[in-house]
Design a binder for this molecule. Sequence first.
Ligand code: TXD
Length: 308
Amino acid sequence: MRDKISIIGAGFVGATAAHWCASKELGDVVLVDVVEGMPQGKALDLLEAGPIEGYDLHITGTNDYKETANSDVVVITAGLPRRPGMTREDLVTVNGGIVGEVVENVIQYSPDAVLILVTNPLDTMVYLAKHVSGFPRERCIGQAGILDSARMRAFMAMELEVSVENTHAFVLGGHGDEMVPLPRYSTVAGVPITELLPAESIDAIVQRTRKGGGEIVSLLKKGSAFFAPSAATMQMVEAILMDRNEILPCSVYLEGEYGLEDICFGVPAKLGYGGMKQILEIELTQDEREALDKSAELVRSSMAALQL
Ligand code: TXD
């Protein structure tokens, strides 16, 4: 039997995630949306690319959660994206309502699934999903850090004129403008960028990474990034379904790690079968620690708006 991946919200991120999922043959895909006909149309279109691209999977679109029954992984992208001038936190009330309802529907049919949250404000939505589902923290994870790290890697590769494949980057903290890129742990061919670039170039990379989502929102004018966010999400799905034990920055519920409790926050986590297997604690300098605490404050202020 193939694995089953349901994607809730068949908009830009959801539909593109379905596309990566099919092209990597990760499993059967069910696309769900509230808009009638839209998930059905996108799913059929994607299915019809199979004979050309050489994938052979069940790809269905629906407005009915029954068809998501017994999913192994459920990716939640339902909700509004940012418009120019908005912060991610501005979306908390409206997206909180949507995500709460989506999670209630999902868990009714897939009580054993791993949930991967994508909707913004990301860390707050992971917290909400965990609260509504009652799932253990291992099965309620958010995607943000892989995207933010990929952006940082892209900027490092541009600056040093090297292949992106030579790069590794670590961006921790909340998925907001206070996220914490860590240059000391970001490397090119194994060498930290702090040894390769002057402080001004590193600072420019850090700032561009922090504003990476906003840069795309202001270029697109309507909607936000979707190619890299959906690719990042599929890396998590793949790590889980293939039991890779891959260490990736993800938003998870903390129980004292990094000195933080009762918050969902971006930290390095090991992903494999069943979801999040372990949280890794890396050593931080005083400045890095303070930056994380500032980022946690921003997440807590958006969590407060949920009034849970
Ligand atoms: O890294 C990250 N985590 C992110 C998150 C990177 C990029 C985008 N990020 C957030 O994902 C973004 O701020 C939004 O909150 C979500 C989805 O972004 P997307 O660009 O895909 O938005 P769209 O194209 O508007 O799609 C959202 C879909 C749309 O088709 C709606 O009809 C649907 O969500 N929707 C719902 N589906 C199911 N159920 C309900 N209740 C519902 N409400 C809206």
